[in-house]
Design a protein around this ligand. Structure first.
Ligand SMILES: [Zn+2]
Length: 441
């Protein structure tokens, strides 16, 4: 590209980056070097090449970013094509990351998108360290928590003072139907994903007694068929498969019967599909708005031209358009970013069973772990208290579930190490006994 056409090509960016403005960051110094940095050195990682990811890659490429990596473990499905616009019918079955990267590289001259057809967990600190900014378009909370934990674990502290150069900003977008959110996380500085975990309510599980005895919603009827009637009648001799149309039709008919019996309106095949597969339909326009906001934040952080979002934006276009920004607060005792061990008060360690501890870690809105594995040190030796993810260890440690903390030899103030898929590192849990009589035992 000639010098002149290159000037024109990025003219819209030069207006923002080479002139001062009353709206710019107070410390921003306009210069042509900013655009040079953005185009030649600034390295961005996009996590997810789905609905948000396609939009993000397109936006970033057209904003002049050229060093872009993208990770996605999924392949392209027919149902993606209405909104994941970098994919065509011929691409079905191929890697999202690879097809998206190839499309952008062909379409935007000079842009170099590097695809990774893998899971985020396949990479270590050394990989993530190379990026200036990480932007996520994920639909999985576990993956979000994992990458958040990774970025926090990469922070360096010198005498309790955070080394700013170890901070990699994370811009995170999420959508659910007509609702979305975007946030800017500066690990160690402002609220991280884990600080605000209670914003993602645990998956709705209807109480079994309601499902069985007093259904009020069509969802209750569908859950009843799925959880009780299917296993009982086992109509096809196999477990229920949400992708099998015959299975879904069977569930629909039975759920409709039950809904009629209880006078519950609103049963549809689509709802059955949604409940069985836990689907919330994706809306292309919501993705476009959220990805636009996220890409703008990446641009603001990369160039320092404007003050970034502080720090959480919610967006809703269910009925008209609504958006609102607020400052999510860093949690003082955040499990991941506070650098403090998590202290758990135990009222009576003589009756408190290991099982109860695992229930707290899995079920409370604060922790929401999936399959926590617990180890500790007793008499100088590592001891696995419970681990459900490895069959042989599960069988060996299952007896511990019904033992109390005292029976297990766990003392007041003892550290329990907790490993879970929601975090790349081990979480330290300190047990504090509120009764004094066992301290010395
Ligand atoms: Zn935190």
């Amino acid at each position: 590209m000639s010098e002149e056409s290159s000037q024109k090509r990025w003219g819209h960016l030069r207006k923002v980056l080479e002139r001062s403005s009353p709206f710019s960051h107070p410390e921003f110094e306009p210069s042509s070097e900013v655009l040079d940095f953005l185009m030649t050195s600034c390295k961005i990682l996009v996590i997810g090449a789905g609905g948000l990811g396609c939009e993000l890659l397109k936006n970033l490429a057209l904003m002049g970013f050229r060093q872009i990596h993208v990770i996605d473990m999924d392949t392209i499905d027919l149902s993606n094509l209405n909104r994941q616009f970098l994919f065509r019918h011929k691409d079905i079955g191929s890697s999202k990351a690879e097809v998206a990267a190839a499309y952008i590289n062909k379409r935007v001259a000079g842009c170099q998108v590097t695809p990774h057809f893998s899971k985020i967990q396949d990479f270590d600190e050394g990989f993530y360290k190379q990026f200036h900014i990480i932007v996520c378009g994920l639909d999985s909370i576990v993956a979000r928590r994992w990458i958040n934990g990774m970025l926090v674990s990469m922070l360096n502290y010198d005498d309790n003072v955070l080394d700013q150069s170890s901070v990699i900003p994370m811009v995170d977008g999420g959508t659910e139907g007509f609702k979305g959110n975007a946030r800017v996380i500066l690990p160690g500085i402002n609220a991280c994903v884990e600080c605000t975990l209670d914003l993602y309510p645990p998956q709705v599980n209807y109480p079994l007694c309601t499902i069985a005895n007093t259904p009020r919603l069509p969802e209750h009827c569908i859950e009843y068929i799925k959880l009780i009637q299917w296993p009982k009648e086992n109509p096809f001799g196999v477990p229920l498969d949400g992708d099998d149309a015959q299975h879904l039709s069977w569930v629909y008919e039975k759920a409709l019967e039950r809904a009629t019996q209880f006078n519950i309106p609103g049963m549809t095949y689509r709802l059955v599909q949604g409940v069985v597969k836990h689907i919330i339909p994706a809306v292309a326009s919501t993705n476009a708005v959220i990805a636009g906001i996220c890409a703008t934040e990446v641009f603001k952080i990369a160039t320092s031209c404007c003050i970034p979002l502080n720090n959480y934006l919610v967006f809703n276009d269910v009925d008209g358009i609504y958006s609102y920004t607020y400052e999510a607060e860093k949690k003082d005792n955040c499990l991941v970013c506070s650098q403090k061990p998590l202290i758990l008060d135990i009222k009576d360690p003589h009756s408190f069973k290991l099982k109860q501890l695992i229930d707290i870690l899995s079920e409370s809105a604060e922790y929401q772990m999936k399959n926590p594995g617990l180890t500790t040190v007793i008499d100088g030796k590592n001891k696995t208290l419970y681990m459900s993810t490895i069959k042989s260890i599960e069988e060996r440690t299952r007896v511990n579930l019904d033992k109390t903390l005292v029976e297990l030899g766990i003392k007041d103030g003892q550290d329990i190490l907790v490993a879970d898929v929601t975090s790349p590192t081990t979480v330290v849990l300190k047990l504090k006994y509120l009764t004094s009589d066992v301290e010395m035992s």
